[in-house]
Each structure stands twice: as C-alpha cells, then as structure tokens.
Write a protein that binds this ligand. Structure first.
Ligand SMILES: *Cc1c(COP(=O)(O)O)cnc(C)c1O
Length: 232
C-alpha cells in the first residue's frame, strides 16, 4: 500500500475514534484532504482510496489540478485567502469556499456563480482567537454578515470555519472550538439550516470533533510534511 493510502486509513481510524469518544456519528463528519503544494498524482492516489473532498489554498495551483484531474468526481473546496479579483475562477470551479469574511467577496461569488451549477456552499471564517494578523470576521460582526450573505441568490450559507491560534495545549484548543460551537448555536436560532463547522487540522482534529466539527481539514497527516520553502 502507498504511504498516502496508509495515512488515510490511519486518519479515518482516528476520526472514528474521536467521533465515538464524542458520542457522534462518524458519517456526520467529512474528511477534507488538504492538498495544497501536492502534485496531482498524490490526489489521484488518495482518490483511489475513496477520498472525494479535497481542499486547496492557492488559486492557480488549484486550477491546474482541477484541470488535470477532471476525469475524477472530486468535490473541490477553496480554503485559502480570497481576493476580490480572483472570485470568478473560484465561483466557476469550486463547490465550497470556507474563507469568506467580507460581504463584498460573497456578493461577487454569487454574481459570478454559473447558473447551471448548484449554489456555492460558503462558510464564514471567524477570527476566533481574535489575532490581529489573522483573516476572518470578528465574533461581534458575525450576526450581521450572516444575515447579509444569507440573502444572496447563488450562495448557500452553510456554517462557520476557523483556524484557531496554533497551540499544543489541549485546553486552549478545546476552548477555541467550544466558542465556535456556541457561535454556531447562536446563529442557528436565526438560520436553522447552518449545519457546518469547518474546524480541526492534523494537530487538533480530536479536540475539534469533540466540540462538533462537521468538516475536518487534514493535510500533513494524509500527505506528509509540506516542503518548508513553500508558503504555509
Ligand atoms: C494547510 C491548511 C490545513 C491543513 O493543515 P495540516 O496541519 O497540514 O493538517 C487546514 N486548513 C487550512 C485553512 C490550511 O491552510
């Protein structure tokens, strides 16, 4: 078995265990394979092990892979920072965008979404650790932003996404994810269909699942360490 296939088996086992510990159904949690900086062949290997959801951060790199892998039924998620001059290609090529933190970007995506495609699934990124350098809207801005985005025609607002401040302290990890869960519950009072919490990476998947993650975004644990020279 290839290394990637072995890793996938292991990550799926861990995910099952985390779900069991949290008394949750594994089927309610989507494993998103984060494939930034990886060659298309690595994604093909993961696909052959039944992986269907892939997350990409860099637009040009992702368009090359989408083109090269067009024979596969991949569900593409955009999880990188998105500038307004790049929205068109994202609206045309992705099923999900996890990193919306401004109304303007969502408006453009809605306008540019081709009418023969299903509405674009969107998560609002929350700057949950309130770090100055981080993208994401502040928790205090969330209600208004969700209200505005939910009015857009070709967008399906699905939930929230976060990249909490990196820490090895399990208590801190749990606290950030618990805050996300409570924000989701607050929003669900107004928008009952918001079913998605995109949170948890290779280093904190278990904590995220324990607090209700429905999409975990896993790169390193599936594909191995990224080249430190490439961005993030
Ligand atoms: C790179 C990345 C991940 C995956 O991180 P790993 O630690 O490699 O699992 C998840 N989410 C986002 C937004 C990323 O940029």
């Amino acid at each position: 078995m290839s290394r990637i296939a072995e890793n996938l088996t292991q990550v799926r086992q861990q995910l099952r265990k985390s779900a069991e510990n949290a008394q949750r159904n594994t089927a309610d949690i989507t494993l998103l394979a984060v494939s930034k900086t990886r060659p298309a062949d690595d994604l093909r290997i993961a696909y052959q092990s039944d992986q269907r959801h892939f997350g990409e951060n860099y637009l040009q790199e992702s368009l090359d892979k989408i083109n090269e892998l067009s024979d596969l039924a991949i569900v593409w998620h955009f999880i990188g920072p998105l500038q307004s001059n790049k929205t068109k290609a994202v609206a045309e090529n992705f099923a999900w965008v996890h990193t919306i933190d401004r109304l303007k970007i969502a408006q453009r995506l809605s306008k540019q979404r081709p009418s023969d495609l299903a509405p674009l699934n969107i998560c609002i990124q929350v700057n949950i650790s309130e770090e100055e350098s981080k993208s994401g809207c502040l928790p205090s801005e969330l209600t208004q932003l969700a209200q505005d985005i939910s009015q857009l025609p070709n967008i399906s607002l699905r939930g929230l996404m976060a990249i909490p401040k990196a820490t090895d302290d399990p208590a801190e990890q749990l606290a950030a994810f618990a805050k996300m869960k409570s924000l989701q519950l607050e929003l669900q009072a107004l928008h009952p269909h918001l079913d998605t919490l995109s949170m948890g990476m290779s280093g904190d998947m278990d904590a995220a699942v324990s607090q209700g993650a429905t999409i975990v975004r896993i790169g390193t644990a599936i594909f191995g360490k990224r080249d430190p020279k490439s961005p993030t």
